[in-house]
Unconditional design. Structure first.
Length: 216
């Protein structure tokens, strides 16, 4: 056999070795289908949704903590959050605040809702539409009244971990803007959305409170 033919034969043999596993591979097996995981779970018993909006309770004020590490970097300390939220609630009916749990050190975790005022009937209707979306998405998709009137939730997590101050500071600034901006600048957001903002105590969110936040 000439050298040229030996190269061709060797190349063919190598090609056969490379391809052969593909030729003898077992037939593909279809993936087993499983039921979808449930994404709807009950709201924590730590949280009672407001019957109407605004919902503006008196918030517990915490003593100043000189060891709060946020002070060293010029960030808003935890003890300043409740007074700021109280100030905003006195300025406008756009702001509602709930305490939805406590951190490991017993500090309140806040859920702030920004939306246009709602009567009890309007809040109940929003809740009914939300349940329809969660439990019967196909029917909700063709419900013209729902599509026109449902306030789409917008959730901002303002303190993901205890050492991440920036989210809380940014959200407090945005809340102040929404509370004080001219009506024409924020009317669309207020009428068509519920902007939800959570802020923890800097020591971790207790599990039930964390779960409830994701269901609003």
């Amino acid at each position: 056999m000439t050298p040229h033919r030996r190269v061709i034969a060797a190349s063919a043999a190598v090609g056969a070795l490379v391809v052969s596993p593909l030729l003898v591979a077992p037939a593909a097996v279809a993936l087993e289908t499983t039921d979808a995981y449930a994404v709807v779970t009950p709201v924590s018993d730590q949280v009672t949704p407001p019957a109407s909006y605004p919902y503006q309770p008196e918030l517990r004020v915490f003593e100043e903590d000189p060891t709060d590490a946020s002070l060293d970097r010029g960030a808003v300390p935890y003890d300043a959050i409740a007074p700021k939220l109280t100030e905003l609630m006195t300025l406008t009916d756009r702001i509602s605040t709930q305490v939805v749990g406590q951190s490991e050190l017993g500090k309140d975790i806040y859920l702030v809702t920004v939306t246009a005022p709602e009567t009890e009937a309007e809040t109940a209707q929003q809740a009914a539409w939300r349940e329809k979306i969660k439990h019967d998405a196909a029917a909700a998709a063709v419900d013209e009244e729902l599509k026109a009137g449902y306030k789409v939730p917008l959730w901002f997590n303002a303190n993901i971990h205890g050492n991440e101050w920036d989210g809380t500071d940014a959200v407090l600034e945005y809340l102040e803007y929404l509370a004080t901006a001219p009506e024409d600048e924020v009317a669309d957001v207020l009428a068509n959305n519920r902007a939800l903002r959570t802020s923890g105590g800097g020591q971790g969110v207790s599990p039930p409170a964390a779960r409830s936040m994701r269901r609003r």
